[in-house]
Design a protein around this ligand. Sequence first.
Ligand code: ADE
Length: 224
Amino acid sequence: MPLAIDILTLFPRMLEGFMAESILGKGIQAGLLAVRVHDLRSWTTDKHRTADDRPFGGGAGMVMKPEPVFAAVEQLQTSGCRRIYLTPDGVPLSPSLARELSEQSHLILLSGHYEGVDQRIRDRVIDQEISIGDYVLTNGTLAAAVLVDALARFIPGVLGEEKSLTHESFTSKLLDFPQYTRPAEFRGMSVPEVLLSGNHAEIEKWRQARALEKTRQVRPDLLN
Ligand code: ADE
């Protein structure tokens, strides 16, 4: 059975193009993973389809109400599924976390408002809280998309060539080396000679050196 992912959001249309396009879209088409996007408002019961309300204790903004989220999760959850809330105060997404999630059988992703969700949701129907970085998005829908994209790459067959995974940033602990394609000469800029040489050992040496240089400049913290 392919990994099944249920995404709960107030903005389902934000995900339509994303799920249909590119490598992720092909993976879904090929049945390597199944992604279902749900509008949280379909679990509201009032005429205005209210999914959020003002915070107790005062303060700006709106907080997502517990009832629709509990109802949605209780309907969708399966035994052994992982229920994840996307939030800037969660644990940071890393390659190892993305890989671990890609090996699960069922994920439920809850994307919230920037102001947050009622704490009782986090206490009772969420297993893990994940942040995609130290910045705040207007809502968690894009964060859920990023998480799906990052983990999909670890599902066998999603990336055409298996080797594109092993050769790249973060798997090797180094940033990427520069890439070139045709033409070999463009507006007076030429491709480094070694890449045209056909000498694979030399090419590999050059790539390692460039990756190390780039990492030193941009992310010296990765070298420790
Ligand atoms: N929602 C808003 N900002 C977010 C972030 N950085 N990571 C995950 N979810 C979020």
